[in-house]
Design a protein around this ligand. Structure first.
Ligand code: 5AD
Ligand code: SF4
Length: 437
């Protein structure tokens, strides 16, 4: 009987990509993919440590996995990804898991699976300076067959004081540019119409061989050159590193989508310093001005943290005023979560009380909702090109797809197929969807 593996994925899109890499590696060890946990011989959680509530959710799931393990002897359970890297052998001590594997150790899975027995759990949490899984063709788990994600780098060299990622994903390394272009060509040949290049900080992408050096702007060009009807997206940009060269490269290629995810985190220069973001409020605003002067129609989204260590009401007001001034299309907004081992955890006090953090977060969310609605309303009357992704979730008689600026559009099907481009006119909106004809 063929063995089956079931993987639940938590956290970022990079983790979703890693799960595809893991399925490819597991295939070599004789495991086929299943989406039914009850029929799997191997159950993995690909985990996230970014905030405490992410980890709490996963602890809950591990209880459920453990029941499977008890009900069906021989079933293996493993924790992989960021939580595996953060907690290491503590996971073996405290929980009934057979495997603990960090983000740079997925190639060891077949070896670990050979060695594992019920009383001999296996662990590999070594971080690497080289591993990029460049040669592994991911088993694509994304449903739509239209939009593919490609990891271009791993790890992170920034030391934002709140963030656990440098500890869980190790040092930054860029993947071979030609292997990225090959993967993009491959998905295009298989009918995909959009690739999103992924990295913690894409602007510091730099791949060198003996006679070549490829930075992010050059990589964007190389991928954009594959085909004019292949859309190129990327995430995440870092305000300190996004260069004029990248901005002009976007502007020069109509198939590079007009959208930048540019996490600001805070609008207070004092707090940005404590966060070790290495830019000021003014620097951030200048980058936004530059982007909009070169590409007036560029979509901008961001991440914001409420209630970081020592945040005063004035710092919080600075965040609100920056959000007011920029007018982001959309934002991911979080209450600060103290993460063990980070610089903030070791050297600062998590001193904004939880109710106050939530109050500030709610203010931030309310402001952003108002801004989103404004930004979406400003699109009414415009004609935009969308890449048709498939039926709309709300109303299957309608189709959905994104405009270049990343805004989700819904529009009448009118015989159009997923994977085609359509010109639609915006007639109405909510704060997260453009309604088009
Ligand atoms: N607490 C709250 N939010 C965090 N983020 C990263 N670390 C933390 C933390 N400790 C947020 C940042 C980042 C996004 C991916 O998650 O806004 O950009
Ligand atoms: Fe992704 Fe960060 Fe969560 Fe790791 S900790 S899965 S890198 S969001």
């Amino acid at each position: 009987m063929e063995k089956r593996a079931y993987i639940e994925t938590y956290g970022c899109q990079m983790n979703v990509n890693d799960t595809e890499v893991i399925f490819a590696i597991l295939a070599r060890a004789g495991y086929a993919r299943t989406e039914v946990m009850e029929e799997a011989q191997l159950i993995l959680a690909n985990t996230c440590s970014i905030r405490d509530n992410a980890e709490q959710r996963i602890w809950g799931r591990l209880e459920v996995f453990d029941q499977q393990r008890k009900a069906r002897p021989g079933t293996l359970v493993g924790i992989v990804g960021c939580m595996a890297e953060r907690l290491k052998d503590k996971l073996l001590d405290t929980h009934k898991v057979d495997l603990v594997v960090g983000p740079d150790a997925y190639r060891s899975l077949p070896r670990l699976l050979e060695a594992v027995t019920p009383d001999r759990p296996q662990m590999d949490v070594l971080l690497s300076r080289e591993e990029t899984y460049a040669d592994i063709t991911p088993v694509r788990t994304d449903r739509n067959g239209i939009s593919a994600f490609i990891s271009i780098m791993r790890g992170c060299n920034n030391v934002c004081s709140y963030c656990v990622v440098p500890y869980t994903r190790g040092a930054e390394r860029s993947r071979d540019a030609h292997s990225i272009v090959r993967e993009a060509c491959d998905v295009y040949a298989r009918g995909y119409k959009e690739v999103t290049l992924l990295g913690q900080n894409v602007d510091s992408y730099l791949w060198k061989s003996q006679d070549e050096s490829v930075n992010f702007a050059r990589l964007l060009e190389m991928v954009a050159a594959i085909a004019p009807d292949l859309r190129v997206r990327f995430a995440t940009s870092h305000p300190k590193d996004i260069s004029d060269e990248v901005i002009y490269t976007m502007a020069a290629h109509p198939n590079i989508c007009r959208h930048i995810h540019l996490p600001v985190q805070s609008g207070s220069t004092r707090l940005l310093e404590k966060m070790r973001r290495k830019y000021s409020r003014e620097w951030y605003l200048e980058r936004v001005t530059k982007i909009r002067s070169v590409m007036p129609d560029c979509g901008l989204t961001t991440d914001v943290i409420a209630g970081f260590c020592s945040e005063t009401p004035e710092d919080h007001a600075d965040t609100l005023s920056l959000m007011e001034e920029v007018g982001f299309d959309w934002a991911f907004m979080f209450a600060y979560s103290d993460r063990p081992g980070t610089l903030a955890n070791r050297t600062m006090v998590d001193d904004v009380p939880a109710p106050e953090k939530n109050r500030r977060l709610n203010e931030i969310i309310a402001l952003q909702n108002r801004k989103s609605l404004e930004r979406y309303r400003a699109q009414i009357g415009k004609t935009v090109e969308v890449l048709v992704e498939g039926p709309s979730k709300r109303d299957p008689a309608m189709l959905c797809g994104r405009a270049s600026n990343n805004m989700m559009c819904v529009f009448p099907a009118a015989g159009r197929k997923a994977g085609s481009y359509a010109q639609v006119t915006v007639v109405d909106c909510t704060s997260a969807t453009l309604i088009c004809e």
